[in-house]
Design a protein around this ligand. Structure first.
Ligand code: 1GP
Length: 253
């Protein structure tokens, strides 16, 4: 049997033929459905390429469903789940990053949660997109919760080895994660070393707060940039819009 890639993954690949992408992460644990809906409307207007929904703590059940529904009502591009474990599955999303935290010390985050969630993904007809998830220092909450052995910031080769292993294990995306709210993003040298080692698209997230940082990471080789806190922490929807415009400019350079 030949595996077919799904609609959302095809959309990502087709867009990447033309430009680098910017995904916005909304964490249902920090964002009410009402605010999520408003942020999604801004993402729609600015043509943000996709919205990811998830988090390491509390992004589950009704809280998650209501936020995904509010986003779907205001946003026409893909809504992709970014689960912290098998709890982070919602039938209202379009796709799910079916991710394995490759540098976890705990097999639960490498294959355990995936086994517990697999049949629900099938039942809900969610498009699974296999993704290697690699946590870099400091790793923040995702690193602590996921029991990661975070890649030292000055060891880009270790990150590249994990990324290539992920690709050889069949994962079709690699995500380098500094952790939500990290003081600094993943170092550019690490992004460049990983990009050189792999053939699948490279996602970079955690601690990215300005268009200038986005520009540098894209220049280093990031294909997709993820930002969450920068928008979540904006004082108003108008401020969030300005922040998004700034971040987005970095991707288009
Ligand atoms: C976290 O990489 C994402 O999983 C986004 O991080 O909240 O720091 O933008 P920020």
């Amino acid at each position: 049997m030949v595996m077919k890639i799904g609609k959302v993954e095809r959309y990502i690949h087709e867009k990447l033929e033309k430009k680098r992408l910017h995904f916005v992460l909304i964490d249902p644990d920090d964002t009410s459905p009402e605010v999520a809906g408003k942020l999604a409307r801004v993402c729609e207007e600015l043509e943000i390429d996709a919205i990811m929904v998830g988090g390491s703590t509390g992004a589950e059940g009704e809280t998650l469903d209501e936020v995904v529904k509010a986003i779907k009502e205001n946003y026409s591009l893909p809504v992709i789940l970014f689960p912290g474990s098998h709890g982070g599955i919602s039938k209202y999303a379009d796709a799910i990053f079916f991710m394995s935290l490759l540098n976890s010390r705990n097999p639960f985050f490498i294959t355990g949660a995936q086994a517990l969630g697999a049949f629900r993904v099938k039942k809900y007809n969610l498009e699974p997109i296999p993704m290697a998830y690699i946590i870099v220092e400091p790793g923040e909450t995702a690193g602590w919760v996921g029991d990661a052995k975070p890649i030292p910031r000055h060891k880009p080769k270790i990150a590249a080895a994990y990324a290539l292993a992920g690709q050889y294990l069949g994962m079709r995306l690699v995500y380098l994660e500094a952790g939500s709210g990290a003081p600094q993003p993943v170092p550019e040298t690490m992004v460049a070393t990983v990009k050189k080692a792999i053939d699948v698209p490279l996602i970079v997230g955690g601690g990215i707060r300005s268009g200038e940082q986005v520009r540098k990471l894209v220049k280093a080789g990031a294909d997709i940039i993820v930002t969450g806190t920068a928008i979540e922490s904006a004082g108003s929807i108008e401020e969030a819009r300005k922040k998004l415009e700034d971040l987005r400019r970095g991707v288009s350079i």
